[in-house]
Design a protein around this ligand. Structure first.
Ligand code: ADP
Ligand code: MG
Length: 698
């Protein structure tokens, strides 16, 4: 906001700090500084007794007196100790720096408020450099029970802008410049959604008068932040819907009906039927469909895609199905070829490893419209891949696809084809609404009947022998087993060593010819990979040792055990994906997570979550809480989620409110032309300039 004072003129900042603030935090004005919110508060409303302190205590606040000040040693060994005492017990205090200052200022017999986190030294508890403040002064400071804590950095701290420095600067700015904070929402709107004025909110977000006011301030600021994002998304959805004409699929004909009557291998689940109907409605509307289909692993998304493609064929359009890996594309090709046998529908496969000689035949057949369904990988996106009349695109396992790549498919016909994006990584609703605000979402929330829930166990390295015994018993029963090793790019060399060591030890413990083992990893030639996959899929090998290349989509119903090595190194959604490779047949399936004995708190939560639930949505929620939304969606998009105050993992309710508010507003006043909405409109225009277009992410 240009009307605000430049940051260098805010009291206590000056040119040097201003330079840093601009560079590191994008703070250019007094108002920018006031919008730099604390990331947490220290609760100063509770007081502890010394006797209540133990080695697990977090930061605590005590009231007592300071006695026995003693300075020992000299130079670098110099230190000062003291005893802090209340009516329950005593605890020692230590200083290594600023000794002269503290020695002068601490007075015996005066009551102090002590604040700090106890530490353990040679088996006893003490406080190192605690904050001390005379009780009389602490009491006088109004609203001091919530002390704001600000993020800072090394350079900023050096310039005096550590958390305390920010607190001081912001206090000054609030006193001198608070009139520069402008209201962004009209009165009627604030009343309707119970939002306190912006000035009051900003004051209380830094220095809350009470817990109640802190809550109100948070609500107001989070609501506002999410509201403008939603307004932008809905606004672009509105204009996009108006603008992008789509092909009309106005009939269901021979292809669909013949297949449905004669070829459908099973009864569709209710959820599958519903999604097909939703797509049918979209594709008949005359607008281009952009739909995200979410369904847990094994929920039967492929059949939905096939049925929708058949409708496209009935309307004389071609279809494309894009998968993220060669293995998966090939598998789709094989499944669909089998299912479409006897229908006369031409279907083909195009991946990076398709030879030039075959391409030479394929390209003209595609361009003439002979090939009806083309399945493939990224290779499909290339400009030289031309269709006669592409009308429907399915993108499987969307989370591996970049945005720019996806948009390439849009340009393969005069109008953009309809797009169905299928994802097995259930995105929590909050995130879906924010990221894919302009995508319609369908959910398959029902698994095909007769599936037995996968049993998940967490084992440690030391349990290996019993795991082997279990594997042998399962193989005797005729089952097959996956053993998966992590593969992280940064530690690729080590990982391959682990994989190869693991493979060696498995072939030792499960020797041929009684046991046969396959191996698949990313460094193998595609032919070799396919061969090994084929060996396993056809039941010729018992054990498949692999890296995460098998993560997505692969379907071997007879495989009933998934063993994940170094499971603590996988993220939750990846673990869930891997587990989804089993549990596809009628047999009871198992997932065994093997970890080292020492686990981080996060790691433990991940294992516990996997053992507790098979519900992909629940897992996604936990994942979001553990990792934060930026991480979940991949690094490119994290910047877009750079919210000032709202937290997508936790502010679901506020997001819903904000979204309905945005919806109501767009409905009532789509152009924001009503006189009462002018403040809001001005804010929105400013906001749009600063923010990337969220609607374009999808
Ligand atoms: P995903 O949603 O993970 O892509 P798939 O489409 O691969 O799942 O389906 C998983 C398995 O379930 C496949 O073997 C498929 O044939 C089978 N399947 C799909 N729908 C049904 C259904 N309605 N009844 C029985 N089996 C089904
Ligand atoms: Mg699939």
């Amino acid at each position: 906001m240009s009307e605000s004072t430049p940051i260098e003129y805010v009291k206590g900042i000056g040119p040097q700090r201003a330079e840093r603030l601009k560079k590191e935090l994008g703070i250019f004005t007094a108002v920018d500084l006031l919008e730099y919110y604390p990331f947490r508060y220290e609760d100063r409303s509770k007081f502890y007794k010394v006797s209540e302190i133990n080695r697990d205590s977090e930061k605590v606040q005590l009231i007592g007196e300071v006695h026995n000040l003693k300075v020992t040693g000299s130079a670098r060994q110099k230190r000062m100790t003291a005893v802090f005492r209340d009516d329950t017990s005593a605890i020692s205090l230590v200083w290594f720096k600023g000794i002269d200052y503290f020695k002068k200022s601490i007075q015996p017999g005066v009551k102090y408020v002590l604040f700090g986190k106890p530490s353990v030294f040679k088996g006893t508890l003490n406080f190192v450099h605690p904050e001390l403040e005379p009780l009389s002064e602490a009491k006088l400071k109004k609203g001091s029970q919530f002390k704001p804590v600000y993020n800072s950095g090394e350079y900023l701290s050096k310039l005096g802008l550590n958390s305390k420095g920010f607190e001081k600067a912001i206090r000054n700015a609030l006193i001198e410049k608070h009139h520069e904070i402008k209201e962004t929402l009209p009165d009627y709107f604030r009343e309707k959604y119970s939002l306190i004025p912006r000035k009051l909110a900003i004051k209380n977000i830094h220095f809350p008068e009470s817990f109640d006011m802190l809550q109100k301030a948070r609500f107001r600021l989070k609501f506002e932040e999410l509201f403008f994002i939603q307004l932008q998304i809905l606004n672009s959805k509105h204009t996009k819907k108006e603008a992008s004409q789509g092909f009309v699929f106005n009939k269901v004909g021979e292809h669909f009906n013949f297949f449905y009557k004669n070829k459908l291998p099973f009864e569709l689940t209710g959820a599958q039927k519903r999604v097909v109907k939703e797509v049918r409605k979209d594709t008949a509307s005359g607008k281009q469909m952009n739909r995200l289909l979410q369904g847990d692993v094994g929920s039967g998304k492929t059949m939905v895609a096939l049925l929708c493609m058949l409708i496209a064929l009935d309307n004389d359009f071609q279809c494309a199905l894009i998968a993220p890996t060669e293995i998966l594309a090939t598998q789709h090709f094989e499944t669909l070829s089998e299912q479409l046998e006897g229908t006369g529908i031409e279907i083909d496969l195009l991946t990076g490893s398709v030879k030039a000689s075959k391409r030479k035949v394929l390209h003209p057949r595609l361009e003439s419209g002979e090939i009806k369904i083309l399945i493939g990988t990224h290779a499909l996106l290339e400009d030289k891949v031309k269709f006669k009349n592409l009308g429907f695109v399915v993108i499987d396992e969307q989370h591996r696809f970049g945005v720019a790549q996806r948009s390439k498919m849009w340009r393969k016909n005069v109008h953009p084809p309809h797009v169905l994006v299928m994802s097995a990584t259930p995105i929590p609703r909050t995130l879906a609404m924010t990221l894919y605000g302009d995508l319609d979402v369908s959910v398959i929330d029902e698994l095909p009947p007769g599936r037995k829930p996968i049993e998940t166990l967490h084992k440690y390295d030391k349990d290996r022998l019993s795991v082997q015994g279990f594997m042998k018993r399962e193989i005797e029963k005729g089952r097959q087993i996956y053993v998966v090793y992590p593969l992280i790019e940064e530690s690729e060399k080590m990982d391959y060593k682990d994989l190869m060591d693991g493979y060696a030890s498995i072939t030792r413990d499960f020797p041929p010819p009684q046991y046969r083992t396959s191996i698949v990893h990313g460094k193998m030639k595609p032919e070799d990979k396919d061969y090994e996959m084929q060996q396993f899929a056809s039941g010729k090998t018992h054990i498949m040792v692999a890296t995460t290349v098998i993560e997505v989509g692969v379907n071997v119903p007879n495989a009933s055990v998934m063993i994940i090595e170094s499971a603590e190194r996988f993220g939750l959604s990846q673990l869930h994906q891997l587990r989804g490779r089993v549990g596809r047949g009628a047999e009871q399936s198992y997932c065994i997570l093997i970890t080292g004995f020492k686990l981080s708190a996060d790691g433990r939560t991940r294992m516990e979550t996997m053992v507790r639930t098979n519900d992909g949505f629940e897992i996604a929620e936990v994942d979001l809480n553990l990792r934060g939304p930026g991480d979940l969606m991949g690094t490119q998009q994290s910047g877009l989620l750079d919210l000032k105050i709202a937290d997508l993992a936790r502010d679901n309710k506020i997001l819903q409110h904000a979204r309905s508010a945005a919806q109501a507003l767009i409905q009532a006043d789509p152009q924001l032309s009503h006189p009462l909405n002018q403040t809001l409109k001005a804010t929105f225009l400013r906001f749009q300039k600063q923010r990337p277009d969220w609607g374009k992410i999808s």
